[in-house]
Ligand binder design. Structure first.
Ligand code: NAD
Length: 426
Protein backbone atom coordinates (compact mmCIF):
# COMPACT_ATOMS: atom_id res chain seq x y z
CA UNK A 1 0.00 0.00 0.00
CA UNK A 2 2.73 2.40 1.03
CA UNK A 3 4.61 1.72 -2.21
CA UNK A 4 1.47 2.52 -4.25
CA UNK A 5 1.09 6.04 -2.93
CA UNK A 6 3.77 7.92 -4.85
CA UNK A 7 2.62 6.19 -8.06
CA UNK A 8 -0.97 7.34 -7.52
CA UNK A 9 0.21 10.87 -6.88
CA UNK A 10 2.46 10.74 -9.92
CA UNK A 11 -0.46 9.47 -12.02
CA UNK A 12 -2.68 12.25 -10.75
CA UNK A 13 0.01 14.77 -11.59
CA UNK A 14 0.42 13.30 -15.08
CA UNK A 15 -3.35 13.46 -15.61
CA UNK A 16 -3.33 17.15 -14.72
CA UNK A 17 -0.69 17.81 -17.37
CA UNK A 18 -2.35 15.50 -19.93
CA UNK A 19 -3.75 17.95 -22.48
CA UNK A 20 -6.10 15.40 -24.04
CA UNK A 21 -7.62 14.45 -20.67
CA UNK A 22 -8.07 18.05 -19.57
CA UNK A 23 -9.61 18.98 -22.94
CA UNK A 24 -12.05 16.07 -22.66
CA UNK A 25 -12.93 17.15 -19.10
CA UNK A 26 -13.94 20.64 -20.23
CA UNK A 27 -15.76 19.35 -23.36
CA UNK A 28 -17.82 17.08 -21.09
CA UNK A 29 -18.59 19.96 -18.69
CA UNK A 30 -19.59 22.21 -21.59
CA UNK A 31 -21.93 19.61 -23.11
CA UNK A 32 -23.46 18.88 -19.68
CA UNK A 33 -24.07 22.61 -19.10
CA UNK A 34 -25.74 22.84 -22.50
CA UNK A 35 -27.89 19.80 -21.68
CA UNK A 36 -26.64 17.42 -24.38
CA UNK A 37 -26.93 13.67 -23.73
CA UNK A 38 -23.87 11.45 -23.11
CA UNK A 39 -23.62 10.15 -26.69
CA UNK A 40 -22.70 13.64 -27.88
CA UNK A 41 -19.69 13.55 -25.56
CA UNK A 42 -18.89 9.99 -26.69
CA UNK A 43 -18.69 11.29 -30.27
CA UNK A 44 -16.67 14.37 -29.42
CA UNK A 45 -14.13 13.06 -26.94
CA UNK A 46 -11.90 11.65 -29.72
CA UNK A 47 -11.35 12.46 -33.42
CA UNK A 48 -13.70 10.68 -35.84
CA UNK A 49 -10.63 9.73 -37.90
CA UNK A 50 -6.99 9.27 -36.90
CA UNK A 51 -4.28 8.20 -39.32
CA UNK A 52 -0.73 7.16 -38.42
CA UNK A 53 1.79 7.09 -41.25
CA UNK A 54 5.40 6.03 -41.70
CA UNK A 55 7.43 8.21 -44.04
CA UNK A 56 10.71 6.96 -45.52
CA UNK A 57 13.15 9.75 -46.45
CA UNK A 58 16.62 9.47 -47.96
CA UNK A 59 18.76 11.67 -45.73
CA UNK A 60 21.83 13.69 -46.75
CA UNK A 61 24.11 10.86 -45.58
CA UNK A 62 22.37 8.62 -48.17
CA UNK A 63 20.73 6.48 -45.45
CA UNK A 64 16.94 6.02 -45.33
CA UNK A 65 15.27 7.31 -42.16
CA UNK A 66 11.66 6.44 -41.32
CA UNK A 67 9.60 9.26 -39.75
CA UNK A 68 6.27 8.82 -37.96
CA UNK A 69 3.42 11.21 -38.76
CA UNK A 70 -0.19 11.67 -37.70
CA UNK A 71 -3.33 13.31 -39.04
CA UNK A 72 -6.36 13.68 -36.76
CA UNK A 73 -9.78 14.76 -38.01
CA UNK A 74 -11.86 15.58 -35.00
CA UNK A 75 -15.35 16.21 -36.37
CA UNK A 76 -16.51 16.92 -39.92
CA UNK A 77 -20.20 17.52 -39.27
CA UNK A 78 -19.99 21.28 -39.92
CA UNK A 79 -17.64 21.08 -42.91
CA UNK A 80 -14.15 19.95 -43.91
CA UNK A 81 -11.66 19.65 -41.09
CA UNK A 82 -8.85 22.19 -40.81
CA UNK A 83 -5.68 22.55 -38.80
CA UNK A 84 -1.92 22.84 -38.82
CA UNK A 85 0.91 20.36 -39.21
CA UNK A 86 3.55 20.45 -36.47
CA UNK A 87 7.15 19.28 -36.92
CA UNK A 88 8.59 18.59 -33.48
CA UNK A 89 10.45 15.79 -31.64
CA UNK A 90 7.72 15.71 -28.94
CA UNK A 91 4.79 15.23 -31.34
CA UNK A 92 2.58 12.37 -30.08
CA UNK A 93 -0.73 10.80 -31.04
CA UNK A 94 -2.31 12.17 -27.86
CA UNK A 95 -1.13 15.72 -28.50
CA UNK A 96 -2.35 15.67 -32.11
CA UNK A 97 -5.76 14.42 -30.95
CA UNK A 98 -6.06 17.19 -28.34
CA UNK A 99 -4.96 19.82 -30.84
CA UNK A 100 -7.61 18.63 -33.33
CA UNK A 101 -10.33 19.04 -30.68
CA UNK A 102 -9.07 22.57 -29.96
CA UNK A 103 -9.29 23.35 -33.67
CA UNK A 104 -12.95 22.27 -33.71
CA UNK A 105 -13.60 24.54 -30.73
CA UNK A 106 -11.82 27.49 -32.36
CA UNK A 107 -13.84 27.04 -35.56
CA UNK A 108 -17.03 26.95 -33.48
CA UNK A 109 -16.12 30.07 -31.46
CA UNK A 110 -15.34 32.24 -34.50
CA UNK A 111 -18.09 30.56 -36.51
CA UNK A 112 -16.12 29.14 -39.45
CA UNK A 113 -17.63 26.41 -41.68
CA UNK A 114 -15.06 23.85 -40.52
CA UNK A 115 -14.41 21.07 -38.06
CA UNK A 116 -11.02 20.65 -36.41
CA UNK A 117 -8.04 18.73 -37.74
CA UNK A 118 -4.36 18.55 -36.85
CA UNK A 119 -1.23 16.82 -38.01
CA UNK A 120 2.26 16.25 -36.79
CA UNK A 121 5.52 14.58 -37.68
CA UNK A 122 8.02 13.39 -35.08
CA UNK A 123 11.21 15.10 -36.24
CA UNK A 124 13.55 17.94 -35.31
CA UNK A 125 13.72 20.49 -38.13
CA UNK A 126 16.52 22.32 -36.30
CA UNK A 127 18.77 19.40 -37.20
CA UNK A 128 17.58 18.81 -40.76
CA UNK A 129 18.69 20.27 -44.08
CA UNK A 130 16.29 22.01 -46.49
CA UNK A 131 16.39 18.97 -48.78
CA UNK A 132 15.53 16.59 -45.92
CA UNK A 133 12.66 18.82 -44.79
CA UNK A 134 11.30 18.84 -48.33
CA UNK A 135 11.48 15.02 -48.40
CA UNK A 136 9.54 14.72 -45.12
CA UNK A 137 6.93 17.29 -46.25
CA UNK A 138 6.28 15.63 -49.61
CA UNK A 139 6.32 12.13 -48.07
CA UNK A 140 3.72 13.18 -45.49
CA UNK A 141 1.37 14.50 -48.19
CA UNK A 142 1.72 11.28 -50.23
CA UNK A 143 0.97 9.24 -47.10
CA UNK A 144 -2.19 11.15 -46.10
CA UNK A 145 -3.38 12.18 -49.60
CA UNK A 146 -6.47 9.96 -49.52
CA UNK A 147 -8.00 11.65 -46.48
CA UNK A 148 -7.08 15.31 -47.18
CA UNK A 149 -8.13 17.82 -49.84
CA UNK A 150 -9.79 21.22 -50.22
CA UNK A 151 -13.24 19.81 -49.41
CA UNK A 152 -12.09 17.15 -46.91
CA UNK A 153 -9.31 18.37 -44.63
CA UNK A 154 -7.12 21.44 -45.17
CA UNK A 155 -3.66 21.54 -43.50
CA UNK A 156 -1.79 24.72 -42.43
CA UNK A 157 1.43 25.72 -40.61
CA UNK A 158 2.01 25.14 -36.90
CA UNK A 159 5.08 24.88 -34.65
CA UNK A 160 8.28 24.65 -36.77
CA UNK A 161 6.48 24.62 -40.13
CA UNK A 162 6.27 27.64 -42.43
CA UNK A 163 5.14 28.92 -45.82
CA UNK A 164 7.97 27.10 -47.66
CA UNK A 165 6.82 23.78 -46.20
CA UNK A 166 3.22 24.61 -47.18
CA UNK A 167 4.44 25.34 -50.73
CA UNK A 168 6.15 21.92 -51.02
CA UNK A 169 3.05 20.22 -49.63
CA UNK A 170 0.75 22.09 -52.04
CA UNK A 171 2.99 21.18 -54.98
CA UNK A 172 3.02 17.49 -53.99
CA UNK A 173 -0.76 17.40 -53.62
CA UNK A 174 -1.23 19.18 -56.97
CA UNK A 175 0.98 16.56 -58.64
CA UNK A 176 -1.02 13.69 -57.12
CA UNK A 177 -4.28 15.41 -58.05
CA UNK A 178 -2.94 16.38 -61.53
CA UNK A 179 -4.52 19.77 -60.94
CA UNK A 180 -3.19 23.04 -59.50
CA UNK A 181 -4.88 23.01 -56.13
CA UNK A 182 -4.01 25.98 -53.87
CA UNK A 183 -7.09 25.44 -51.65
CA UNK A 184 -5.58 22.17 -50.41
CA UNK A 185 -3.47 24.00 -47.83
CA UNK A 186 -3.22 27.45 -46.22
CA UNK A 187 -0.29 29.52 -44.99
CA UNK A 188 1.25 29.47 -48.47
CA UNK A 189 3.57 32.17 -49.86
CA UNK A 190 1.63 35.06 -51.45
CA UNK A 191 2.75 34.13 -54.99
CA UNK A 192 1.17 30.68 -54.60
CA UNK A 193 -2.22 31.95 -53.41
CA UNK A 194 -1.39 32.84 -49.82
CA UNK A 195 -3.35 35.56 -48.06
CA UNK A 196 -2.14 38.95 -46.94
CA UNK A 197 -1.93 39.02 -43.16
CA UNK A 198 -1.61 35.24 -42.63
CA UNK A 199 1.84 35.37 -41.06
CA UNK A 200 0.78 37.85 -38.39
CA UNK A 201 -2.82 36.64 -38.04
CA UNK A 202 -2.46 34.78 -34.74
CA UNK A 203 -0.72 37.73 -33.09
CA UNK A 204 -3.34 40.13 -34.54
CA UNK A 205 -6.12 37.97 -33.11
CA UNK A 206 -4.41 37.93 -29.71
CA UNK A 207 -4.00 41.73 -29.89
CA UNK A 208 -7.73 42.16 -30.58
CA UNK A 209 -8.54 39.90 -27.59
CA UNK A 210 -6.17 41.92 -25.37
CA UNK A 211 -7.91 45.14 -26.42
CA UNK A 212 -11.35 43.70 -25.69
CA UNK A 213 -10.23 42.23 -22.33
CA UNK A 214 -8.53 45.51 -21.38
CA UNK A 215 -11.80 47.40 -21.97
CA UNK A 216 -13.61 44.99 -19.63
CA UNK A 217 -10.97 45.52 -16.92
CA UNK A 218 -10.68 49.29 -17.43
CA UNK A 219 -7.04 49.05 -18.51
CA UNK A 220 -5.62 51.39 -21.13
CA UNK A 221 -3.44 49.37 -23.51
CA UNK A 222 -1.34 52.46 -24.11
CA UNK A 223 1.12 52.42 -21.21
CA UNK A 224 0.05 48.97 -19.96
CA UNK A 225 2.88 46.68 -18.81
CA UNK A 226 2.95 43.52 -20.92
CA UNK A 227 4.91 40.27 -20.46
CA UNK A 228 5.14 37.74 -23.31
CA UNK A 229 6.47 34.20 -22.86
CA UNK A 230 7.82 32.86 -26.19
CA UNK A 231 9.33 34.93 -28.99
CA UNK A 232 8.42 32.83 -32.02
CA UNK A 233 5.78 33.51 -34.66
CA UNK A 234 2.99 34.26 -32.17
CA UNK A 235 5.00 35.93 -29.36
CA UNK A 236 7.35 38.15 -31.34
CA UNK A 237 4.67 39.70 -33.58
CA UNK A 238 2.44 40.16 -30.56
CA UNK A 239 5.23 41.97 -28.66
CA UNK A 240 5.67 44.20 -31.72
CA UNK A 241 1.93 45.00 -32.01
CA UNK A 242 1.72 45.79 -28.28
CA UNK A 243 4.82 47.98 -28.52
CA UNK A 244 3.35 49.80 -31.57
CA UNK A 245 0.13 50.47 -29.63
CA UNK A 246 2.11 52.22 -26.90
CA UNK A 247 2.17 49.38 -24.37
CA UNK A 248 5.36 48.79 -22.41
CA UNK A 249 6.64 45.27 -23.11
CA UNK A 250 8.65 44.71 -19.92
CA UNK A 251 9.41 40.99 -20.34
CA UNK A 252 9.89 38.46 -23.11
CA UNK A 253 11.37 34.95 -23.16
CA UNK A 254 12.32 31.97 -25.27
CA UNK A 255 13.27 28.37 -24.48
CA UNK A 256 16.56 29.50 -22.90
CA UNK A 257 15.34 32.22 -20.52
CA UNK A 258 13.80 35.67 -20.29
CA UNK A 259 14.65 39.37 -20.50
CA UNK A 260 13.18 41.93 -18.11
CA UNK A 261 13.30 45.72 -18.15
CA UNK A 262 10.68 47.59 -16.07
CA UNK A 263 11.14 50.60 -18.40
CA UNK A 264 10.24 48.55 -21.48
CA UNK A 265 12.37 46.44 -23.83
CA UNK A 266 13.56 47.54 -27.28
CA UNK A 267 11.27 45.20 -29.24
CA UNK A 268 12.42 46.29 -32.73
CA UNK A 269 16.01 45.45 -31.79
CA UNK A 270 15.01 42.06 -30.35
CA UNK A 271 12.92 41.25 -33.45
CA UNK A 272 15.86 42.08 -35.62
CA UNK A 273 18.16 39.78 -33.65
CA UNK A 274 15.92 36.73 -33.07
CA UNK A 275 16.54 33.63 -35.19
CA UNK A 276 13.93 31.73 -37.20
CA UNK A 277 13.21 29.45 -34.20
CA UNK A 278 12.34 32.42 -31.96
CA UNK A 279 15.60 32.48 -29.98
CA UNK A 280 17.12 35.79 -28.84
CA UNK A 281 17.92 35.61 -25.12
CA UNK A 282 21.15 33.68 -25.78
CA UNK A 283 22.66 37.01 -26.90
CA UNK A 284 22.28 38.54 -23.42
CA UNK A 285 24.05 38.04 -20.09
CA UNK A 286 21.42 39.28 -17.64
CA UNK A 287 18.55 36.91 -18.10
CA UNK A 288 15.80 35.66 -15.81
CA UNK A 289 14.17 32.21 -15.84
CA UNK A 290 10.85 31.47 -17.52
CA UNK A 291 9.43 30.76 -14.05
CA UNK A 292 10.43 34.26 -12.86
CA UNK A 293 9.04 35.81 -16.02
CA UNK A 294 5.54 34.44 -15.42
CA UNK A 295 5.49 36.01 -11.94
CA UNK A 296 6.60 39.51 -12.98
CA UNK A 297 4.52 42.47 -11.83
CA UNK A 298 2.56 43.45 -14.97
CA UNK A 299 -0.95 44.22 -16.29
CA UNK A 300 -1.14 41.74 -19.15
CA UNK A 301 0.57 38.33 -19.31
CA UNK A 302 0.65 36.42 -22.60
CA UNK A 303 1.92 32.84 -22.58
CA UNK A 304 2.92 32.29 -26.24
CA UNK A 305 5.26 29.31 -26.03
CA UNK A 306 4.28 25.84 -24.88
CA UNK A 307 1.82 23.85 -22.77
CA UNK A 308 1.43 23.65 -18.97
CA UNK A 309 3.28 26.82 -17.99
CA UNK A 310 0.80 28.21 -15.44
CA UNK A 311 -0.02 25.44 -12.97
CA UNK A 312 -1.37 25.17 -9.41
CA UNK A 313 2.24 25.71 -8.27
CA UNK A 314 2.61 29.24 -9.67
CA UNK A 315 -0.96 30.46 -10.38
CA UNK A 316 -1.13 32.12 -6.95
CA UNK A 317 1.95 34.18 -7.83
CA UNK A 318 0.74 35.53 -11.18
CA UNK A 319 0.44 39.32 -10.76
CA UNK A 320 -1.19 40.21 -14.07
CA UNK A 321 -4.80 41.49 -14.23
CA UNK A 322 -5.38 39.81 -17.60
CA UNK A 323 -3.88 36.55 -18.93
CA UNK A 324 -4.34 35.98 -22.66
CA UNK A 325 -3.34 32.53 -23.93
CA UNK A 326 -1.66 32.85 -27.32
CA UNK A 327 -0.17 29.36 -26.91
CA UNK A 328 -2.26 26.22 -26.94
CA UNK A 329 -2.82 24.81 -23.46
CA UNK A 330 -0.43 26.97 -21.37
CA UNK A 331 -2.67 26.94 -18.26
CA UNK A 332 -3.77 23.78 -16.44
CA UNK A 333 -7.35 23.38 -15.23
CA UNK A 334 -6.32 23.83 -11.57
CA UNK A 335 -4.54 27.04 -12.51
CA UNK A 336 -7.58 28.20 -14.50
CA UNK A 337 -9.68 27.80 -11.35
CA UNK A 338 -7.14 29.65 -9.19
CA UNK A 339 -6.83 32.57 -11.64
CA UNK A 340 -10.60 32.83 -11.94
CA UNK A 341 -11.04 32.80 -8.13
CA UNK A 342 -8.45 35.56 -7.89
CA UNK A 343 -10.48 37.71 -10.31
CA UNK A 344 -7.89 37.54 -13.08
CA UNK A 345 -9.52 37.66 -16.51
CA UNK A 346 -8.24 34.67 -18.50
CA UNK A 347 -8.84 34.72 -22.25
CA UNK A 348 -8.51 31.03 -23.19
CA UNK A 349 -6.42 29.65 -26.05
CA UNK A 350 -9.36 28.44 -28.14
CA UNK A 351 -10.54 32.05 -28.38
CA UNK A 352 -7.31 34.05 -28.13
CA UNK A 353 -5.35 32.15 -30.77
CA UNK A 354 -8.17 31.78 -33.30
CA UNK A 355 -6.81 34.57 -35.54
CA UNK A 356 -4.57 32.09 -37.39
CA UNK A 357 -7.35 29.73 -38.43
CA UNK A 358 -9.59 32.70 -39.26
CA UNK A 359 -7.14 34.13 -41.80
CA UNK A 360 -6.45 30.58 -43.03
CA UNK A 361 -10.19 30.41 -43.74
CA UNK A 362 -9.95 33.73 -45.59
CA UNK A 363 -7.08 32.29 -47.65
CA UNK A 364 -9.16 29.21 -48.57
CA UNK A 365 -12.14 31.43 -49.54
CA UNK A 366 -9.86 33.57 -51.75
CA UNK A 367 -8.42 30.40 -53.37
CA UNK A 368 -11.92 29.06 -54.02
CA UNK A 369 -13.16 32.30 -55.60
CA UNK A 370 -9.87 33.12 -57.35
CA UNK A 371 -10.13 36.76 -56.22
CA UNK A 372 -7.75 38.20 -53.64
CA UNK A 373 -8.21 40.77 -50.86
CA UNK A 374 -5.95 43.59 -49.72
CA UNK A 375 -4.25 43.55 -46.32
CA UNK A 376 -6.73 46.17 -45.04
CA UNK A 377 -9.68 44.06 -46.14
CA UNK A 378 -8.27 41.01 -44.35
CA UNK A 379 -7.63 43.02 -41.16
CA UNK A 380 -11.07 44.55 -41.15
CA UNK A 381 -12.74 41.15 -41.56
CA UNK A 382 -10.49 39.59 -38.88
CA UNK A 383 -11.34 42.36 -36.40
CA UNK A 384 -15.08 41.73 -36.85
CA UNK A 385 -14.79 37.96 -36.47
CA UNK A 386 -12.62 38.03 -33.32
CA UNK A 387 -14.61 40.78 -31.57
CA UNK A 388 -17.81 38.81 -32.19
CA UNK A 389 -16.19 35.62 -30.84
CA UNK A 390 -14.90 37.45 -27.75
CA UNK A 391 -18.30 39.05 -27.04
CA UNK A 392 -20.06 35.73 -27.37
CA UNK A 393 -17.69 33.98 -24.95
CA UNK A 394 -17.64 36.88 -22.45
CA UNK A 395 -21.44 37.11 -22.46
CA UNK A 396 -21.77 33.34 -21.98
CA UNK A 397 -19.34 33.48 -19.03
CA UNK A 398 -21.39 36.25 -17.41
CA UNK A 399 -24.88 34.91 -18.03
CA UNK A 400 -24.05 31.26 -17.24
CA UNK A 401 -21.72 32.21 -14.35
CA UNK A 402 -18.85 30.07 -15.59
CA UNK A 403 -15.17 30.83 -16.18
CA UNK A 404 -14.04 32.04 -19.60
CA UNK A 405 -12.57 28.65 -20.56
CA UNK A 406 -15.79 26.76 -19.92
CA UNK A 407 -17.74 29.55 -21.66
CA UNK A 408 -15.48 29.28 -24.72
CA UNK A 409 -15.96 25.51 -24.85
CA UNK A 410 -19.75 25.96 -24.55
CA UNK A 411 -19.75 28.37 -27.50
CA UNK A 412 -17.28 26.16 -29.40
CA UNK A 413 -19.11 22.82 -29.17
CA UNK A 414 -22.62 24.01 -29.87
CA UNK A 415 -22.52 24.28 -33.67
CA UNK A 416 -20.70 20.95 -33.99
CA UNK A 417 -23.24 19.23 -31.73
CA UNK A 418 -26.17 20.72 -33.65
CA UNK A 419 -24.67 19.80 -37.04
CA UNK A 420 -24.03 16.23 -35.83
CA UNK A 421 -27.64 16.02 -34.68
CA UNK A 422 -29.13 17.38 -37.93
CA UNK A 423 -27.04 14.88 -39.88
CA UNK A 424 -28.63 12.13 -37.81
CA UNK A 425 -25.35 10.96 -36.24
CA UNK A 426 -26.58 11.30 -32.67
P1 NAD B 1 7.43 29.09 -32.57
O1 NAD B 1 8.09 27.77 -32.70
O2 NAD B 1 7.56 30.08 -33.67
O3 NAD B 1 7.94 29.81 -31.22
C1 NAD B 1 7.92 29.20 -29.97
C2 NAD B 1 8.63 30.10 -28.97
O4 NAD B 1 8.53 29.47 -27.68
C3 NAD B 1 10.12 30.26 -29.25
O5 NAD B 1 10.52 31.55 -28.87
C4 NAD B 1 10.76 29.23 -28.32
O6 NAD B 1 12.09 29.55 -27.96
C5 NAD B 1 9.83 29.34 -27.12
N1 NAD B 1 9.90 28.16 -26.26
C6 NAD B 1 10.05 26.87 -26.61
N2 NAD B 1 10.12 26.10 -25.51
C7 NAD B 1 10.01 26.93 -24.44
C8 NAD B 1 10.02 26.74 -23.05
N3 NAD B 1 10.19 25.54 -22.51
N4 NAD B 1 9.86 27.83 -22.26
C9 NAD B 1 9.72 29.06 -22.80
N5 NAD B 1 9.72 29.31 -24.11
C10 NAD B 1 9.86 28.25 -24.93
O7 NAD B 1 5.91 28.75 -32.27
P2 NAD B 1 4.63 29.68 -32.49
O8 NAD B 1 4.09 29.42 -33.85
O9 NAD B 1 4.92 31.07 -32.05
O10 NAD B 1 3.63 28.99 -31.47
C11 NAD B 1 3.68 29.24 -30.07
C12 NAD B 1 2.41 28.74 -29.44
O11 NAD B 1 1.30 29.40 -30.04
C13 NAD B 1 2.15 27.24 -29.62
O12 NAD B 1 1.47 26.77 -28.48
C14 NAD B 1 1.25 27.20 -30.82
O13 NAD B 1 0.48 26.01 -30.87
C15 NAD B 1 0.40 28.43 -30.56
N6 NAD B 1 -0.24 28.91 -31.77
C16 NAD B 1 0.48 29.39 -32.81
C17 NAD B 1 -0.17 29.78 -33.95
C18 NAD B 1 0.58 30.37 -35.13
O14 NAD B 1 -0.09 30.76 -36.10
N7 NAD B 1 1.88 30.50 -35.08
C19 NAD B 1 -1.57 29.69 -34.05
C20 NAD B 1 -2.29 29.20 -32.95
C21 NAD B 1 -1.61 28.82 -31.81
Amino acid sequence: MVADKPTDTANEQNDKLDVLKSTQTVVKKALDKLGYPDEVYELMKEPVRMMTVRIPVRMDNDKIKIFTGYRAQHNDAVGPTKGGVRFHPNVSEKEVKALSIWMSLKAGIVDLPYGGGKGGIVCDPREMSFRELEGVSRGYVRAISQIVGPTKDIPAPDVFTNSQIMAWMMDEYSRIDEFNNPGFITGKPLVLGGSHGRETATAKGVTICIEEAAKKKGINVEGARVVVQGFGNAGSFLAKFMHDRGAKVIGISDAYGGLHDPDGLDIDYLLDRRDSFGTVTNLFKNTITNEELLELDCDILVPAAIENQITEDNAHNVKATIVVEAANGPTTLDATRILSERGILLVPDVLASSGGVTVSYFEWVQNNQGYYWTEDEVEEKLQKVIVKGFDNVYRTAETRRVDMRLAAYMVGVRKMAEASRFRGWI
